[in-house]
Design a protein around this ligand. Structure first.
Ligand SMILES: Cc1cc2nc3c(=O)[nH]c(=O)nc-3n(C[C@H](O)[C@H](O)[C@H](O)COP(=O)(O)OP(=O)(O)OC[C@H]3O[C@@H](n4cnc5c(N)ncnc54)[C@H](O)[C@@H]3O)c2cc1C
Length: 374
């Protein structure tokens, strides 16, 4: 007789690996499916690291999720005996009273989070590599830092396997169909049956649920040789920056003599996997960070290498955490819009609480799909 899983995870990347782990820990019979062998470099989490911030510039509504995510990352570290979180602090740079910085201050006040605000002069004195113009400021959130993203996915996948999850990797899901309450997950290697399904397929979610309002965007991120003063060892923090050229940059303290920097805005709109070409195949790739290097941060030297990646962008830049309309047994998390990794732990927990009918701990109304499908 065909096996029926309590839960099938479609896409075992950032959020899927977390959901698979929490479901397995709760004793559910779980099947994790992924088209690659996670961790791999075809999702949105490769390139070693992702920033985690709690006082949230995008919107204070994310703070409770960020704080719970932080707890879960730290308990995963203990469970898996792997270092995932580096508490380097995060320095957020921007024009005084910008929307992003104002939201950080509101978040910090509302949730009693420690932050320290520096005007341009004091920031430039405190971090001599910085060159902020008058009218700019920098807010340091000392409890933020970065996560080792590939190690985190690897830890979730390994721990889930240890507690009994079935894993079917290098297998692409082709379609999902709810047949009278039982979900048929059709892959290139057979059909699997689940009482519940979570669709956590990242950028390519529309292959499975076509009417989602999601735009895949190709992004690149680069590593540069850098001065020792920008290193984690020298206590240089991770950072985000909205600069006078109107761009949004982010970066990490240097390790092994290299600093990783990316640009959050921009990128190339794409519609299939083949268009996610390697770093350097698009001539803009080499220039993304030039303004930042020349005007904002000293000590960033020649390019070492870069990689390409993708964002799954929603129309308002906020997440979609919801049921697929008409199907209480199929959930989807998407639209993470380039800022979702830090939340992957809590998003997995939320999905599984819903599978188990556990009273929601957060108000998720703002993340509903219905805000777009009116
Ligand atoms: C360059 C870059 C920098 C970023 N920086 C940050 C940051 O500093 N902080 C932060 O919080 N976030 C950051 N993000 C965003 C964050 O990494 C993503 O939001 C997050 O990783 C998305 O998680 P996901 O689970 O939705 O998708 P993924 O982690 O990509 O997982 C999707 C999985 O689904 C699989 N899959 C897809 N389709 C199928 C199919 N049909 N069948 C089987 N498997 C399938 C894929 O192989 C993949 O493993 C960044 C993203 C990028 C690209």
């Amino acid at each position: 007789m065909t096996e029926i899983y309590d839960l099938i995870v479609v896409g075992t990347g950032s959020v899927g690996s977390s959901a698979g782990y929490y479901a397995s820990m709760k004793g559910l019979k779980v099947l994790e499916v992924d088209e690659g062998q996670p961790p791999h470099d075809q999702g949105s989490y490769h390139g070693d690291t992702r920033i985690i911030r709690h006082a949230y510039g995008e919107n204070p509504m994310y703070v409770p999720l960020a704080l719970r995510a932080q707890e879960l990352w730290q308990s995963l570290e203990k469970q898996a005996q792997v270092k995932i979180f580096h508490e380097t602090g995060v320095l957020n740079i921007g024009a005084e009273k910008s929307q992003f910085l104002s939201n950080i201050v509101i978040s910090a006040e509302q949730y009693h989070l420690p932050i320290k605000i520096y005007d341009a002069k004091s920031a430039n004195e405190r971090w001599q590599q910085l060159n902020l113009p008058i009218g700019f400021e920098a807010i340091l959130e000392s409890r933020g830092g970065y996560l080792k993203s590939e190690d985190a996915v690897s830890a979730y996948v390994n721990q889930a396997k240890k507690v009994g999850a079935h894993q079917k990797f290098n297998t692409r899901v082709l379609a999902i169909a709810d047949e009278h309450g039982l979900v048929h997950v059709q892959t290139n290697d057979g059909v699997f049956l689940g009482k519940h399904v979570v669709v956590t397929a990242g950028t390519w979610v529309k292959d499975l649920i076509p009417n989602l309002p999601i735009q895949p965007v190709r992004k690149v991120v680069s590593w540069f040789n850098s001065d020792q003063s920008l290193s984690e060892r020298a206590n240089f923090p991770a950072f985000t920056a909205e600069t006078t050229d109107g761009n949004q940059y982010y970066g990490f303290p240097a390790n092994d003599g290299m600093i990783k920097i990316g640009r959050h805005n921009g990128g190339q709109i794409i519609s299939n996997r083949e268009q996610r070409v390697q770093f350097g195949e698009n001539s803009e790739d080499y220039d993304e960070i030039t303004y930042f290097k020349q005007h904002v941060l000293r000590g960033v030297n020649q390019l070492h290498h870069g990689v390409s990646c993708t964002y799954d962008v929603s129309p308002d830049g906020h997440f979609i955490i919801d049921y697929v309309p008409g199907h209480k047994n199929i959930q989807v998390v998407t639209g993470l819009s380039g800022h979702g990794f830090k939340f992957a732990s809590v998003l997995g927990e939320i999905l599984i609480d819903r599978v188990l009918n556990i009273e929601p701990k957060y108000n998720l109304t703002a993340f509903s799909l219905s805000r777009f499908l009116k």
